[in-house]
Design a protein around this ligand. Sequence first.
Ligand SMILES: Nc1ncnc2c1ncn2[C@@H]1O[C@H](COP(=O)(O)OP(=O)(O)OP(=O)(O)O)[C@@H](O)[C@H]1O
Length: 867
Amino acid sequence: MAGNKLKSEKKEPKKKKEQLPDPTTLKPDKEPEVKVKELVKDERTHKVLGAFFLLLALYCFIAFTSYLFTWEEDFDKVHRYSSSVLFRHEVEVDNLLGRLGAFTSHWFFFKGFGIASYLFCYFFFIIGINFIVGRRVFRFWRNVKYIIFGLLFISMTFAFLTGKSTFPWGGAMGDALNRWTSGFLGKTGAGLLLLVAGLSWIIWKFNVDFKWPEKKPKPVKEKEPFAGFGEPDEEEEGEPAPVFTAPAKSNAMKGDGSQITVIPPAEEEDFEQELQLIEKEEPAAKVITYIPPTPVPEPEPEPEEELVMTMHEPELEPEPEIYTPPPVSKKNTEAAEVAFEIKPVYEDPSDEEVEEIVPVREAVPVDPYEPTLDLRDYKYPSLEMLENHGSDKIVQDTTELEKNKNQIIDTLKNYDIAIQKISATVGPTVTLYEIVPAAGVRISRIKNLEDDIALSLSALGIRIIAPIPGRGTIGIEVPNVKKTIVSLRNMLASDKFQHSQMDLPIAIGKKIDNENFIADLAKMPHLLMAGATGQGKSVGINTLLVSLLYKKHPSQLKFVLVDPKKVELSLYKLIEKHFLAKLPGEEDAIITDTKKVVHTLNALCIEMDLRYDLLKEAGTRNIREYNGKFTQRRLNPQKGHRYLPFIVLVIDEFADLIMTAGKEVEMPIARLAQLARAVGIHLIIATQRPSVNIITGTIKANFPARIAFKVSSKIDSRTILDIGGAEQLIGQGDMLISFNGELVRLQCAFVDTPEVERVAEFIGEQRGYPDAFLLPEYIDEKDMEGKDFSLADRDPLFEEAARVIVQNQQGSTSLLQRRMKLGYNRAGRLMDQLEAAGIVGPNMGSKAREVNVKTEADLEEILNSML
Ligand SMILES: Nc1ncnc2c1ncn2[C@@H]1O[C@H](COP(=O)(O)OP(=O)(O)OP(=O)(O)O)[C@@H](O)[C@H]1O
């Protein structure tokens, strides 16, 4: 043992000696060996090549243009000496670019392709640009094909047209082609061939639309107004629709055989053309984005409900071109009712005037239902109510940038990591340094050294992203010394927000590259927010709510606000009659009590189920389609259909709720999160404590979009985002959002309390609805247990309640509340007593109870017998 110890002691100093060389003898770093392979891949090589090709293009262009003016003078000299002219000093040429210019032009023009030789300039130009920019700005092979075709076609055409001109218009190649073709097809044949080739190219390139004058469409002949709704006859099918704006492809996808069948082949080709163009314009993105030729929103395909499909066929189109009401038949009387408010204004078919057909669309004006007319004078808040918190201009401190850059390079060098390139993007709170490691450096090495590097850089809030997904670079985010506040006002003023077509646009914040991050809450579809106290959660919630208030009308959106802290959301009380929803009979729309939260969540579940029933009845799959149909007056309000506003549930402190109510809260939230998206109910849940017992697996699985402000530990960050990093944030609205499988660092937009107050006041002062939006009533079975009552204890209002119920033939607690101005509890108790007396049936969940007594006379009898 002792021997061993001695040995190791002896060894150690030796080892140390090897590790620490004498600083005085330090040699300068060896220049790294340059391998050919690396050289070829190196972007600098590409840039040099790019510059060379661009110069070559310019050189040829000048030489060729000069040749046009000097060819006669230079011709003999160059022709006589051929390539040796290059080395004959005594020969003087007129070409601007000397003997080389004269020789090159002669070679290209005379021996090659004549005037078409300019295409070589273009060829060198596109190679040069592609090399120098480092991506395929021009598609190489496509251009090569065009150039080859151009060389052959142009040279031959010029040879054909110019005949025996002394200037080599078509060059030797053009002449040879022309001679061969004229010999083979005759002069006329060769001319025709050129014409066909030229035309074909034009058609191919520009997709010229050849239109034969169309016949006037025949009038839709009907014996009686409702006759046009059945199977379309052949004539109708063949006819083009009067106005068609939707892309041919999307129509083709529907393939529903309805009357509006418009897939002209030309449109189909247009579509392909569009696709190619985008491919060409954005080659580097490698994403083929289909932008529909027209901005008509495309509805999702309809559900495959047989009955509904057949009855509502024309309704499947996004914009019905020809609307014809349904035939009244036994089979589909329902369909006839569905189209109840459409005014068929067909002309009498016998009338000669019908020949002068007006587009059918105009002939059937459908006055769409406009939900905003509920409060037609409602004015949206103006941007002036919000403040500009300093300038949104980002300050770039070059010395700070330089210092950080050098520190990063030095730190990495300490770990033997060489880098090829470093670039910086300055964001509002952090600067992203993007590093391209030298060839051969493994990214995993950098990843393993993440903590050490962060420590060496010794700045607070450093985050290393190795690699940045999709970029192949490594990112190091370093906080800025001077941070910029992102004002919500500026984000809302941006074009992206102002012109957004999203259902529920929310301006969240700015990315590092200063791009505004505006997302659609409806697509998220729910949002989970976490962050330690004081890191910007409440500001974040205000930002989201205010964004929605700036974009939505009270008829289109309702908030259910849960605020266990009692103070955070109290500002919104002012907009109760415009934007808030509450339980029937409740005083306060903002819910602060846990018990009521459970009731509200269950009421939301009932609302969700009711909405699903409505959607099913209407044969629609989501709220968008449903509201679309409703506004087109295809759904009958008398059958319970109504315009469905979006409902956004906001819970400001979720941890509190879970601690006090546990499963009672978790279950309805999980249910809503799983199912409510299609019916327009969306959840925003915030918590200070992102621990696993609060953000349970069930909750997490149903919230794909998650925001983390600064949290206190890596574990918390993992709980919320499934990855560390949020503990490295610097607070004050610095956040990470995980959405669509991407993790993005944002600076949350800032809106101060006085601003929110101003907006709420402005809305609150306007005319609103008589009450907040009422959620369906929820009866907690537990509350009702053991409440059998003796008839002697019955409520003094019992008889009155019984009369209200029997008169309306509707066993609903909310009816009692409304008619008798009662609170929820008393109305619920009365309903129990009515059940015990046999006047109404048992509780049926979301539906009204059955009323067992049909007439008032019967009721009086019962009441008398009870005396
Ligand atoms: N986006 C932001 N930009 C600039 N400063 C911000 C931002 N968000 C928050 N802050 C600053 O941080 C402070 C605390 O923010 P906030 O009240 O939203 O924290 P919180 O997480 O809700 O705290 P608590 O959980 O205790 O309510 C704010 O008063 C503000 O000064």
